[in-house]
Design a protein around this ligand. Sequence first.
Ligand SMILES: [Zn+2]
Length: 403
Amino acid sequence: MKNYIYLLFIFSSFLLLSCNNEDSLSPDITPSKGLNTKENFCLDAYLPEEVDSIYTGITTNAALLKSKKWNNGQIIKIKFLNGTPFLQSKVKQFAEEWLKYANLKFQYVDSNQNADIRINFDNSGGSWSYLGTDCNRISHNQPSMNFGWFTNFTSDTEFSRVIIHEFGHALGLIHEHQSPASNIQWNKSKVYEYYGGAPNYWNHDEVDNNIFYKYSSTVTNYSAFDSKSIMLYSFPSSFTLNGWSSGWNTVLSQTDKNFIAKEYPGKTIIKTNNLYRYNINGQHFYTSNYAELGNNYYESILGKIYSSQISNTYPIYRYFNTINGDRLSTLNWNELRNGGQDGWKYEGISGYAYNIQQPNTIPIYRYFKSTNKPDHFFTTSNIEVSGGKFGYKYEGIAFYVLR
Ligand SMILES: [Zn+2]
């Protein structure tokens, strides 16, 4: 996906028709559940004046250089033209995924106010969106985005897949399979046959324009082809000559995140690392750096911790006891401070975690065994060493980590 449409001229007369007829803009679809389950697919919505250059591959006309990107840092106003509070809340929830990486803001305004993105729920119209700032080049009375198959029974996975995808279009992204970097070896007759059937009924021109056609590299910013992109349809292997297929992408891929962060730079991206637990001959060791011990003595991942401090998180201070080999991780600086007593040596900050429960976090329980080889033991299970098992005594919740 990662193909920012700086301009597009790539479409066919069919798309022109589509643009004149909202109903025919249909579905951005729903990929792949295989050929047996026919589903609707997403068609991009293009401005009529840009549809004429299809097949020409124009690259020299300055007008084509107009970007569809929003201004970096821009507040994009959004309104709902209809839809239940439940559906609207789902759109807000999943659209937000992009804002973790893109330096943009969404502001939801009342339906009587002007908005850049106007969201419609019409189950007769498929799912689609105009691309980037094109949303402002059509009448503000018209929807710029439609969701065509949501109900109160739609799963979160489907909300995630479709909403993130359509908002990708609204931020200016095209379909990944039409990226200049795409090199899919199509079995064209199979593809024509599939999309020609229910419920899409696309003719050959429509299939050409929505599946086979690739944007010129001169009009797009793009990454290497990303088979995990949220902007890629799901294609079964029967659609290709070499057995390649793509799965059901329902969340942003790492490349999607990196790409949108590059296109709209400046967002502080919060990174997380796994917190690994190792067992070194009966004494446990905790690190967010897998390279520290690798597979040697590896036991489990307790969860994720932040690599930099964000609000409501605290440093995890790490200590090593040079006398008895014990290791301790604590949010409480006053517990051992700089070390130096009883053999404790301060080793630095492993990362950052919460001291109280937050959404999507789990507690890390702390136990201590004083006999034999002393060992501070951290676990996500409150039964792993409970009840004095192996001599461990419960000491409380150490901190909360992300699942
Ligand atoms: Zn689409």
